[in-house]
Design a protein. Structure first.
Length: 220
């Protein structure tokens, strides 16, 4: 496995914190990003204590600037403004979009219509020089943080147009699930992957579980 320096933008949130934990456990150098450097440092200390690996925290721009791979794990609200602000430091880097544009009402979660097609495609449009990959949309934040064993009952579905960047992220998936991710095709398919999270949220609520996605019929 090749080890990378990875920034988790939104690393103080539930999913970002969980992904940072597993990537640090796997031996990658992880820096947590947040709007508040102080909050990022606090989250990094908590992740470091859980993972046994060194984890640092700083503001979003500092985190993204310092890393070769940047995970964006933030709520949809404010996503565009965040990516615009970070565009100069994201240029040329592998950017992993984990964002799910979802709405919530009395009937539950549902996928939002995104003018660009998806959060991942919005990021690519805002930062044309970035190598954007969509992945890690469907992993339970609670499972990521609480599980002591790899989430080997799930698959990470990965989409992107840059073959080298996609290959890197497929390998990174093994840090979380114990096996390489599944190549789900071109970046435009993020428009189908992102709102699928709403379906899983509904299943979780109905069955009081933490559902995930697993692909069968593939010779691994």
């Amino acid at each position: 496995m090749t080890f990378h320096k990875i920034a988790i933008i939104g690393g103080t949130g539930p999913q970002g914190r969980g992904l940072a934990l597993w990537l640090a456990r796997a031996g990658h150098t992880v820096v947590v990003g947040s709007r508040s450097a102080e909050r990022a440092a606090e989250a990094a200390a908590e992740i470091e204590a859980r993972s046994g690996a060194q984890v640092t925290g700083t503001d979003n721009e500092g985190a993204a600037s310092s890393a070769e791979v940047v995970f964006i794990v933030v709520p949809w609200d404010g996503h565009e403004a965040l990516v615009r602000a970070l565009a100069p430091v994201l240029d040329g880097k592998v950017v992993v979009s984990c964002v799910n544009p979802l709405g919530f009402d009395a009937r539950g979660a549902y996928g939002l219509v995104v003018a660009e097609g998806s959060a991942a495609e919005q990021t690519q449009g805002l930062v044309p020089g970035a190598r954007v990959v969509g992945a890690f949309h469907h992993l339970s934040a609670v499972s990521l943080w609480e599980s002591e064993e790899p989430l080997d009952h799930e698959d990470v579905l990965v989409c992107g147009d840059d073959a080298e960047a996609k290959s890197l992220v497929l390998e990174l998936a093994a840090a979380v699930t114990g096996r390489a991710g599944i190549d789900a095709g071109a970046l435009r398919l993020a428009g189908q992957l992102e709102p699928l999270t709403a379906v899983l949220i509904g299943v979780n609520r109905r069955y009081k579980t933490r559902s995930g996605v697993a692909i069968v019929g593939i010779d691994r």
